[in-house]
Write a protein that binds this ligand. Structure first.
Ligand code: GDP
Length: 442
């Protein structure tokens, strides 16, 4: 996934060259040579790569070095800090002060505007309790408006469109519609082209005047090459962008070009897209991105994603039940459903430092098991899940195996896993109640 390319090479450059316990001029130079190469290979702009390595060099040679701390760790810390500076220091949130908040999404065709419009509406609805309206203004790409309508319908977000009518007129009508219907967030999905052209820019500029946006965000494809810097400058010149959204960072894009945007144009990166689904958009934290690029894991994002997707009440209920010593298959099934909601296990595991040792095979096996167990439990009655002792009856067992189309071996595996889990839960509650630390290895 994204970041792997960087992370592997960065780690290697540092580990290989920083084997001595102290930094010397020589090993700093060697490490930086390789780091610079990695940056260029990942498509980071030449100027940015030069600046970054120059800064690291100055700090490393200029007494930043801390006696007693191992050279590798120091180098990682130096690279990390400079990456953060290049990426923009801190989170750059959406400006929500204006009522209603209006967001104009612009960008080249195929960059992900339509998909991102829907993702952004979902995110701000959930996080900021906004009542969004999506507006389809891409009248040139066939299917763009239908696509937006479908995405909106699937997420329960209304879409305003007037077919191929002049987008200026539609934008005005959308503003009136939003006011009448109490929408406090309006996201305009505009037309893109394969390349910048004058009529498009004029249309976008008119739309900017009409909608006086709180944010004008450029959507850029994470797989873009260096030309994206010029594209960004062109859009910015005319439309006074307020930020950038980078999409498709879930693939194996090297991403270096888009990650150079902040340094070269001074526009903040506000969000990153990491999938096609409506939830696959995350606020951009420079520090977390730097962690990821250095292969240090991304615990904060992992935590946030887990928290977002987990239905808190369901967790609380399970926790309370566990604490009362009640843990049955219905609880297990809920837990598994929550895990499935958190997204691909592989993606989640990659964010845990050290977890890259877990093989793709192991991840796939785990995921398969999760699916099989869920199918088996779905074939049980609620009564059986609530009282798994009933499952000892041969007729029930046979019925479930037949109904689920799974094997007896898999059924037995589920029972064993459940019993092991239940034992752990009981052990844990006992420990917590008696004030001892839970022994998770039990
Ligand atoms: P538009 O022409 O700018 O409106 O682009 P679309 O929103 O139609 O996106 C183009 C394609 O990219 C679609 O197939 C999207 O599903 C896909 N896409 C958009 N964002 C992402 C992303 O973050 N990850 C992945 N994997 N695909 C994306």
């Amino acid at each position: 996934s994204f970041g792997d390319f960087f992370a592997k090479r960065m780690k290697r450059s540092i580990e290989k060259n920083m084997q001595k316990s102290t930094m010397t001029e020589e090993n700093i130079r060697e490490a930086l040579k390789e780091i610079r190469l990695t940056l260029l290979e990942a498509d980071v702009n030449v100027e940015v790569a030069k600046e970054l390595t120059q800064r690291i060099k100055e700090k490393a040679l200029g007494g930043y070095i801390n006696e007693g701390v191992n050279a590798q760790q120091q180098m990682v810390k130096l690279v990390h800090d400079e990456l953060v500076t290049i990426l923009g220091e801190s989170l750059s949130p959406i400006d929500l002060t204006k009522k209603p908040t209006t967001i104009l999404l612009v960008g080249l065709q195929g960059s992900g505007k339509t998909t991102t419009a829907n993702k952004l509406a979902n995110l701000l609805k959930k996080k900021e309790k906004k009542k969004p309206l999506l507006v389809g203004l891409d009248i040139y790409r066939p299917g763009a408006i239908d696509q937006l309508k479908e995405l909106g319908a699937a997420s329960g977000i209304p879409v305003f469109e007037q077919g191929t009518q002049d987008p200026r007129k539609t934008a005005k009508q959308a503003l009136a519609f939003a006011e009448k219907n109490g929408h406090d967030l309006i996201i305009f999905d505009t037309a893109g082209r394969l390349q910048i052209d004058k009529p498009l820019m004029e249309e976008l500029n008119d739309l900017r005047k009409i909608t006086s946006p709180s944010e004008t965000l450029l959507v850029v494809d994470g797989m873009s090459g260096q030309e994206i810097i010029n594209v960004t400058n062109e859009f910015n010149k005319l439309l006074k962008l307020t930020g950038v959204i980078i999409t498709k960072l879930d693939g194996d894009a090297r991403g270096g070009a888009t990650l150079s945007i902040r340094y070269l144009t001074n526009l903040p990166i506000k969000f990153i897209g990491e999938g096609e689904g409506p939830k696959a958009l995350a606020a951009f934290y420079p520090k977390r991105m730097a962690d990821r690029l250095l292969g240090m894991g991304d615990i904060a994002t992992l935590y946030e994603r887990a928290m977002e997707n987990i239905d808190e009440r369901s967790i609380q209920k399970t926790m309370t039940r566990m604490f009362m010593g009640q843990y049955d298959m219905e609880d297990l099934r809920n837990q598994m459903a929550q895990m499935a909601k958190m997204g691909s296990i592989g993606g989640l595991l990659k964010m845990i430092p050290g977890a890259n040792k877990i093989s793709e095979q192991q991840i796939a096996d785990g995921q398969r098991k999760l699916a099989i167990f869920t199918i088996l439990m779905d074939s049980m009655t609620l009564k059986e899940r609530r009282d798994p002792r009933l499952l000892k009856a041969l007729t029930r067992k046979q019925r479930i195996i037949k109904g689920s189309g799974r094997s007896e071996k898999e059924f037995n595996e589920l029972i064993t896993s459940f019993e092991k889990g239940k034992k752990q839960v009981i052990e844990m509650t006992k420990s917590v109640k008696s004030g001892r630390l839970p022994n998770l290895n039990a």
